[in-house]
Write a protein that binds this ligand. Structure first.
Ligand code: SAM
Length: 159
C-alpha cells in the first residue's frame, strides 16, 4: 500500500502483511462538500457546513432516540489513507512525529472520529455539522456524546 516515492524527508514506512484480523461493517456513507483532501478542514468545526450521514436502510431503526442529543460522536473509515507509516512529517517542515502522536488520517487503522452537532434526522439520514472528511467516506458508527448534559429529553424518573 505504501509508496516510497511519496515519503517526505525523515518519514518512515514499514512492510506490513495484508490485514486479516478484524472485519468492520460500514453502516452508510458520509456526504460532504469536499471532493479533494486538500479542501477538507484538518478538523471539523461545529460552525462548518451541513453534512449528511446516509444510513443503509437496514440501520434506519437504529436511529430511534438519536434526536434527544445535541452532540454526537461519528466514526468513519478514512478509506484513502495509506496505512504503513510509523513516522510522519505532516507539515513537510522537517519535524517528524510518531504516528500515534498525531491525529493524521495516515495510521494502521484509519479510523476518524469527530464530535458533531446534530441538526436533524430525516428519513434515515442524519444531518450534522462538524465533519472533516471527503464526500463518500464510509460511515462506521454514530454514538451520543458521553457528556451527561447533552440529552434534550429529561432523565426518566425511575428505571
Ligand atoms: N477528525 C478526525 C480525527 O481526528 O480522527 C480526522 C482528522 S484528519 C486530520 C482529517 C483529514 O483527513 C482531512 O483534512 C483530509 O485531509 C483527510 N481525509 C478526509 N477524508 C479522508 C478519506 N476518506 N480518506 C483519507 N483521508 C481523508
Amino acid at each position: 500500500m505504501g509508496d516510497p516515492e511519496t515519503l517526505r524527508p525523515n518519514e518512515r514506512a514499514v512492510d506490513l502483511s495484508p490485514p486479516a484480523d478484524a472485519t468492520l461493517r460500514f453502516i452508510g456513507t458520509i456526504r460532504t462538500p469536499w471532493r479533494d483532501r486538500k479542501d477538507c478542514p484538518r478538523q471539523g468545526q461545529m460552525a462548518g457546513p451541513e453534512c449528511q450521514l446516509v444510513l443503509d436502510p437496514v440501520w434506519h431503526d437504529a436511529l430511534a432516540g438519536l434526536e434527544d442529543y445535541d452532540t454526537l460522536e461519528v466514526l468513519y473509515w478514512l478509506d484513502q489513507s495509506r496505512r504503513d507509516l510509523v513516522q510522519q512529517s505532516p507539515k513537510s517542515d522537517g519535524r517528524t512525529f510518531g504516528t500515534f502522536a498525531l491525529r493524521s488520517p495516515v495510521r494502521p487503522n484509519p479510523i476518524g472520529t469527530s464530535m458533531v452537532q446534530l441538526v436533524r434526522v430525516e428519513n434515515g439520514t442524519v444531518i450534522v455539522r462538524g465533519l472533516d472528511c471527503l464526500d463518500g467516506t464510509p460511515l462506521l458508527d454514530i454514538k451520543p456524546d458521553r457528556c451527561a448534559f447533552s440529552p434534550k429529553a429529561p432523565p426518566k424518573a425511575s428505571r
